[in-house]
Design a protein around this ligand. Sequence first.
Ligand code: PEP
Ligand code: MN
Length: 370
Amino acid sequence: MANPSLNDITPFNYPGSKDNQPLLISGPCSVESEAQYVETALRLAKTGKVHWLRGGIWKPRTRPDAFEGVGEKGLPWMIKAREASGLPVMTEVANAKQVELCLNHGIDALWIGARTTVNPFTVQEIADAVRGVDIPVFIKNPVNPDLALWLGALERIQRAGITQIAAIHRGFSHVGDSIYRNKPMWEIPIALRTAYPNISLICDPSHICGRRDLLQNVAQKAMDLGFNGWMIESHINPDAALSDAAQQITPEALDALIEAIEVRQMRSDDMTFAHQLQSLRSRIDKVDEEIIHLLGKRMHITEELGQFKKEESVTIFQIDRWKEILESRTLLAEQVGLSKEFITKYLEQLHKESIRTQTRVMNNTQSKAK
Ligand code: PEP
Ligand code: MN
C-alpha cells in the first residue's frame, strides 16, 4: 500500500472540535510533585476552557545542571491528575524507552519536542515505538527554521499509522536580539498550512515568548492567523517553577488570557460582510494587476539599460545608484505608510531581478531561466 500523505491527515478531534472551539492544552512546563500537578489540573479544569493537560516528565535542558524532570515516578501523578480533573494528559517523549513507559502507564497523548524534531533518527525511533498504537501525537517545530524537517517528522509519525496528529508552532532559535525567546517566524507555520490545509496547527506562545507579558499578543495573533488552538504553560506558583518560570502563568491568569481573546472564524455567512469582502477583494485584484504591469514595464526598461551598459562596457552594479534608490524609495514609502522593513525587502528582490536581467542581456543569452 502506498504511504499515506500529509494531505490525508484529518483535523484533530477533541471535545469542542465539532463546534470549532480552539483546542487548549495547558499545564506546567514540568511535573514537579504529585501535589503540584494535581492542584494545577484541578484549577485548570475549573476554568472550563482546557481540553488537555500537559506536563514535562523528562526535560530537555540545555545545561546538565538544570532540572531535568522527575522521570518515570511522575507518570502515576499525571494519571491521578486525570482522574481528579477528568482531563486527558500528555507529555513529551524523546526516545523509545520514554514512549514505552508512557504507554504502560496509560498516558493519553504524546508530544515530540523541538530538540527532537531536528533529528530524523530519533523521530523514526519514536515512530517505530508508537507503531500499532493509535495514540495522538503532537509534533513541535524543529528548533531551527526548517519546514522540511517539521514535515519529515509529521510524515514519519503518520507512516507509523498514527491518525491523530497535530503540529505545534513554538518558534525558532535565532542569532541577534529579539524580544522573543524563540522567534515566531509566522511565515513557516503559514507555509505548512498552505501546503497541507487539513493539519491542525497549535501555537505555543509560552516557548515563543519566554516571558508572561507577551503571551496575550502572540496567542491573539495565532487566532488571527487561523491556528486551531494553543499550548500554554500554567503553574500554581509560576515564580517558583523548576523550569521556564518566567513564561508560566497561574490557571486563573490563563483563564483571563483566553477570556480576552477575540475569537475569529475562518469565514462568515453574513451576506453584507460577504458582499463588502468581495468588493474590497476586487479592488485589491485591480491594484495587483496594475502593479504587475508596472513591474513588467520596469523590467523592460532594465533590459534596455543592460544593453546600454553593455555597449559602453559599464558594470551592472552601481553602488551609488543602488544607495540612492534605497534612500529615495524608503522615504517615499514611509510617506505613504509602508514600513521600512517591507520596502527594503521589496527593493532587494527588485534589485536582484534587475541584476539578473541585465546579466542575461550582457551575456546575450536568450534563456530566462534562473
Ligand atoms: C516544553 O514544552 O516544555 C518544551 C521543552 O518545549 P520545546 O520542545 O518547545 O522547547
Ligand atoms: Mn517549558
